[in-house]
Design a binder for this molecule. Structure first.
Ligand code: SF4
Ligand code: SF4
Length: 370
């Protein structure tokens, strides 16, 4: 299998209506992906406000033979989706129906952390997925993971039956003490589990670098896109089976395929350049948000947290454009809710896979823009 997977969390959307997926474009991207010999598609129950799975059906499942693609889906072991054991069966059957398939090639318990692992134990989720595998409705069982290496080691020790893990790996988080990409990868290797990589471009962060870092990459290879360095970094790891890229437009899929069709791992010189890039970025990013949107679901005030952090990061990087970013902030605050209106309930922080201190940063956002 080629090492690039189509992540279906950031699909193309209508430019005026961000909740409306551009189905025609998804079909076009799907065709291009498959025509170039790529087969791995990754969806989840809550992606795109629960519309990703039905989009997969229309764009992929209804138009291709089942053996022509590999489909991965995930069990949302988290509130508000699953609160008791029985709901797992209901959701799983709903997922099969929404995707229009009789089995999933890869099925993951979604976003395990120390906390959600506790819930997965209470719900007996690991037995549930094994039972579905025995019924022939899942081919391979794994989990996606968002905690530290120690927790990963504990889970893999308790569940040797798991066949693979999905980890957040990118060059910025590789040695980060918070995400611990390197250490988690090493734990997976120790347990003999192949790795699927998520967030190789860190939610787009590694496609839009500070000018100084971009210059380093362009000086070395003017033809390579900035994002290509990030995807190739993750794909260069021996134990990585596939790297998921959340492609949002046709240009991105064309670019990704151009260097993943005949993939070449990073050489020593390229690795050294990336190390320099990491130091530059670390000095420039204020909030390490990947814009995954997991925090929005449970927020009682519906604060547009990732959008606020994106604007705030940009404002911190370009001091001469404060009027533009303040206007963007005000527009969003008017449409949804301002950062000041946060009631500090903490629901967002418990669902953030990046463990960001959201409440504190919202105060900074509010102070800066208001
Ligand atoms: S702490 Fe603030 S931002 Fe987070 S969920 Fe509660 S109200 Fe929303
Ligand atoms: S704050 Fe956390 S949960 Fe929310 S979008 Fe950013 S990374 Fe995702």
């Amino acid at each position: 299998m080629k090492k690039l997977g189509f992540g279906l969390m950031r699909l193309p959307v209508h430019f005026k209506l961000p909740t409306l997926i551009s189905l025609g474009m998804v079909k076009k991207m799907t065709d291009y992906f498959i025509d170039n010999g790529f087969v791995y598609f990754d969806t989840a129950y809550m992606y795109h406000l629960s519309k990703s799975e039905s989009t997969v059906r229309t764009a992929l499942v209804d138009r291709y033979k089942r053996e022509d693609f590999i489909l991965a889906d995930k069990l949302p072991v988290m509130a508000p989706f699953i609160r008791n054991k029985e709901q797992q069966e209901t959701i799983f059957n709903k997922q099969l129906a929404k995707c229009g398939v009789e089995y999933f090639d890869y099925y993951l318990i979604h976003s395990l952390t120390a906390k959600s692992h506790k819930l997965a134990k209470e719900l007996d989720s690991f037995s549930f997925v094994q039972q579905k595998k025995a019924e022939g409705k899942i081919k391979h069982v794994g989990f996606s993971f968002h905690d530290n290496a120690e927790v990963l080691d504990t889970i893999l020790s308790e569940h040797p039956e798991v066949e693979f893990v999905q980890l957040q790996i990118n060059y910025l988080d590789w040695d980060s003490p918070r995400v611990q990409s390197r250490r988690c990868y090493e734990v997976a290797v120790k347990h003999g589990k192949p790795v699927i990589v998520m967030e190789p471009v860190k939610g787009g962060t590694l496609a839009n670098l500070p000018a100084e870092a971009e210059k380093l990459l362009k000086d070395y290879n003017p033809n390579a896109s900035i994002a290509s360095w990030a995807i190739r970094f993750a794909a260069s790891l021996d134990n990585v089976m596939v790297v998921l890229s959340g492609m949002s437009n046709f240009e991105q899929i064309q670019d990704n395929i151009s260097f993943m069709r005949n993939f070449e791992p990073l050489n020593e010189k390229e690795r050294a350049i990336i190390e320099k890039v990491v130091s530059i970025i670390n000095g420039a990013i204020t909030v390490p948000c990947t814009t995954c949107g997991y925090c929005i679901e449970g927020c009682p005030k519906k604060i547009p947290i990732p959008q606020f952090f994106t604007i705030y990061n940009k404002a911190m990087q370009t001091p001469n454009k404060q009027t533009t970013y303040r206007a963007s902030y005000k527009k969003l605050a008017k449409k949804y809710c301002s950062a000041t209106e946060c009631i500090e309930c903490g629901k967002c922080e418990s669902s953030c896979p990046q463990h960001i201190t959201i409440i504190k940063y919202l105060k900074d956002v509010s102070k800066h823009f208001e």
